[in-house]
Ligand binder design. Sequence first.
Ligand code: NAD
Length: 311
Amino acid sequence: QGKGKIGIIGSGLIGRSWAMIFASAGYNVTMFDIKESQLTGAMADITNQLAELQKSGTLRGALTAEQQRALISVTSDMKEAVTGAFHVQECVPENEELKKKVFSEMEQYADDAAVLCSSVSYIEPSKLFAHLKRRSQFIAAHPTNPPYYCPLVEIIPSPWTEQSVVSRTRTLLEEVGQVPVTVKKEIYGFALNRMQIAIVNEAWRLVADGVMSPEDVDKVFTAGLGMRYAFCGPFEVIHLNAEGIASYLERYGSTIQRVSSTFGPPPAFTGPVYDAIVQDNDAHYPLDKLQEMRGWRDARLVALAKLKKDM
Ligand code: NAD
């Protein structure tokens, strides 16, 4: 017996994570996929994860793992997932044509008042929603991987999205424990990925220019910048690094501009640097151990989330 129905389209990494998040708040979730094997895998994964989270005392929400598991069902029929849902979360691969086709199908079955939401990472919603009859009901909500442990969600309305759809999406996300932020103006890659790409580009250039090893570049984050960024954003960091932002910029503004003028063009991600970075990472994190490494990462993210909550 859940609070209301939520449909999930696509049961991969992101779809199954949304299912767990919505079930943790007591919603009935129906997950659809075109691949039967993905649905079977998703349910086994969810059952396993919920049991582990319960065992470690880090399960979200007030319900038991068994009660949450019972709120989630799967179907090979999109209509069954969408009909009667007040919110539908699309999680199919990042492909413009595929997403457009899936949205056209979703709007055929959706309830009049349903919010139709995409987990899209990069593509501007106006490109994805322009062709739809019910485009005022569509919105994008881009989660942060892994969504169960990293609560940030970027909400991106299209030019046609109704204000009530924006506010209902925000309210639902807050209720289930995520942290929504709004991308007020469409831009390719939104905010999170643009910032991540700026970092990856500079990390790559530092290795390419022989300034640092890939391993040490990662330490700049894990033992340096990442320590503060888990608690303070870039503006807060510089505010605290001097007597406020004005004082920081008075001292370092011209230095920042000088350093900025030395950033190179976007890397090509090919050649000997590519080989060095791929080999270095494959040696540290063997490809057949990635699932284990993700478990290791998630356990630490849970501990960090707990620390932040208890502060
Ligand atoms: P994934 O490949 O793990 O899962 C995609 C699922 O969609 C698969 O189970 C596939 O069978 C299914 N699918 C394919 N075509 C379908 C269709 N027509 N109807 C229904 N299901 C279909 O991908 P993912 O990592 O879960 O990504 C899904 C979306 O979420 C993408 O837009 C991605 O950019 C976005 N996203 C991903 C991450 C991430 O780090 N993985 C983070 C945030 C957002």
